[in-house]
Design a binder for this molecule. Sequence first.
Ligand code: PSU
Ligand code: MN
Length: 308
Amino acid sequence: MTLYTASAEVIAAQSQGKPIVALESTIITHGMPYPQNLETARQVEADVRAEGAIPATIAVIDGQLHIGLEEAQLEALAQAKDVAKLSRADMAVCMARGGTGATTVAATMIAARIAGIEVFATGGIGGVHRGAEASMDISADLQELAQTPVTVVCAGPKAILDIPLTLEVLETLGAPVIAVGQDSLPAFWSATSDIPAPLRLDQPVQLARAHRMRAALGLPGGQLVANPVPAEDQIPMEEIEPIIQRALEEAGDKGIAAKSVTPFLLDRIFALTSGRSLATNIALVRNNARLAAKIAQELAALPAKPSK
Ligand code: PSU
Ligand code: MN
């Protein structure tokens, strides 16, 4: 039994020390409808390649952890029903029973680390849900950022979450939240929010250096890069907030809980915005893939350890 199967492209990149960007698969199975999910997954891989890095989409298929999917595997996953959503808690069990599952941010970070991949691009991370003081719904993604040394490029915490509480938990866990090129924290569909970003860096090389510096300081865990969606593709906060409120009310009325909350809200917001939220989501994932590829290139050019 091998721990993972890498795609031919990833094996070649690993042996040549070429930059690789990990990509998650929950966004394909639970984050977007078919066929936009498949088109986006292909497009994002092409964006990574266009910036000079190799994409590695990660998923568990029939018990095998795959680092880099072949085209037929990507297609099957995008159309499959009842694919499990795998986080830190579920991954080993799914593999042991020969199951198929899509990896969340947490599970993708775990897989990336095993394969020696330091950078990962996604859309949004899980966080502290609104009402978490009663539900205790706090995503395992946050714990993962505290433990696993992968730089995760997202578009900021989604406004379906409690953003200030998400920042508090990340601070407690010692996970840096770094806005790119601005002082305001981006909030997924919205390029800016009224919340100041805890940290800011402007250049991919600085993000790469900060990644290396954490390791040199002996700090476990990764860093969360919050990359604002391009202004022309955003839905401003004042427009999206009432829609989120409505989707949250519907989730409450229907008793949606645990793992189903995020997919339910994304689906309702898609319907309530007549698809505009999906266009924004696609634009921001592509934007993050491009930045992640640049960071991966900078990391490949830096020494593994800074000199004393
Ligand atoms: N945010 C999105 N799209 C997604 C997710 C988050 O905009 O598809 C997925 C990611 O895989 C993330 C997961 O890791 O949802 C978080 O789920 P939970 O809140 O159940 O931890
Ligand atoms: Mn959750």
